[in-house]
Design a binder for this molecule. Structure first.
Ligand code: FAD
Length: 328
């Protein structure tokens, strides 16, 4: 029986990178506990090579639920698969990525299996001697790192920030077991039927997984100027983020909001343009690897966290950067 489980996310483009990152985390936990590691994957038309890649990245067992009713993520259908599976196999630990899917599904499942859940962790470890999962996450607006335990509940459940760790190396010689779960009528969501999916322009941002995020704030002054941020993001091959102030003003859609009441990001490069660095904004960028702030106020809070600061007028600095990027 596998005692540490990870929730893998599969899309029409294949297994998501974040699923492989999770396996790195899961492998370390399973090794500390001396148990095996399982990946659970739900979807439709899941390719065998994608399942094999989970094994090659660290899973000992892969549980697959493949059915037309699981083609699109709905919380209830996915929980209808996961909850009975957890009750049957009783894993000690279950982790998922803190993506839209993980953040929606895991609390729903945790309630049904009477477990706790620590959301948005940046570190996980096993406490020697007890086997308790030490779940570390920023708290109080990112000012402290809190380590949380749930000693009385199994499974111990947590979501983990995407890009908070590296993908493990692929090892083509690894062997494992793929278990196809027989489809059940109970999987079908009785309340919601997905008739089709349509992306809304600007709403499909996946900034949590982006390597580069360029965010704009109130310093941009008006919507038309926000294109400066969008153009820089495009030139750098990154995604567009925004402060809550920029989102409230309608310059960017909510899925782009970075911070306490938006998304947490862990990119290789985070560029904050015309953002003051309120504590609620900083809470979402603490795990960014390199922060560049562009601000004309040398006392702005964001400069305390930034690795590099360009102090000056963003309306002069951004066109200059753009010009240099285009000249390369
Ligand atoms: P401002 O604070 O007004 O900063 C604008 C910056 O632009 C200033 O530093 C200024 O110096 C600079 N600037 C202006 N003109 C120029 C120029 N020409 N060139 C260069 N620099 C210039 N905020 C978030 O971002 N994310 C959240 O998730 C979030 N959640 C919140 C949750 C709660 C419960 C609360 C109470 C607040 C939350 N906030 C959040 C709001 C937060 O407190 C701030 O109000 C917000 O982050 C400010 O946005 P800003 O930095 O764009 O604007």
């Amino acid at each position: 029986m596998a005692d540490v489980w990870t929730l893998s996310e599969y899309s029409e483009h294949g297994m998501k990178d974040v699923s492989l990152e999770l396996l790195g985390r899961g492998r370390a936990l399973a090794d500390s506990l001396g148990v095996s590691l399982a990946a659970v994957v739900l979807g439709h038309g899941i390719e065998e090579s994608a399942l094999q890649s989970l094994i090659e990245h660290g899973a000992d067992v892969v549980y697959v639920a493949d059915d037309p009713c699981l083609a699109d993520f709905t919380c209830e259908s996915y929980a209808n698969v996961l909850v009975p599976l957890i009750k049957e196999h009783k894993p000690q630990v279950m982790i998922a990525a803190a993506t839209t899917t993980g953040r929606t599904l895991m609390p729903y499942v945790a309630v049904q299996v009477h477990a706790g859940l620590t959301a948005d962790c940046t570190e996980l470890a096993i406490e020697p001697g007890t086997g308790n999962l030490l779940q570390t996450r920023p708290a109080i607006g990112g000012n402290i790192m809190a380590t949380i335990k749930s000693p009385d509940h199994r499974p111990q459940m947590a979501t983990i920030r995407p890009r908070s760790t590296k993908k493990p190396m692929r090892d083509g010689s690894r062997v494992g077991t793929i278990v196809h779960i027989p489809p059940s009528p109970s999987w079908k969501n009785a309340c919601v039927e997905v008739l089709g999916l349509r992306s809304l322009e600007g709403q499909n941002a996946s900034i949590e997984e982006a390597e580069i995020v360029v965010s704009g704030g109130k310093g941009l002054k008006k919507r038309d100027n926000f294109t400066l941020v969008e153009d820089l993001a495009k030139a750098l091959g990154g995604e567009v983020g925004a402060s809550r102030d920029a989102v409230d003003r309608g310059w960017a859609a909510y899925p782009h909001q970075v911070g306490l009441s938006g998304k947490t990001v862990s990119p290789r490069l985070y560029v904050a343009v015309g953002i003051s660095g309120a504590i609620q904004h900083l809470a979402g960028i603490k795990t960014a690897k390199c922060i560049v702030a562009i601000n004309h106020d040398e006392h702005a809070n964001i400069l305390d966290l930034a690795d590099f600061a360009l102090v000056g007028d963003l309306f002069t600095i951004l066109p200059e950067i753009q010009k240099r990027l285009e000249a390369r």
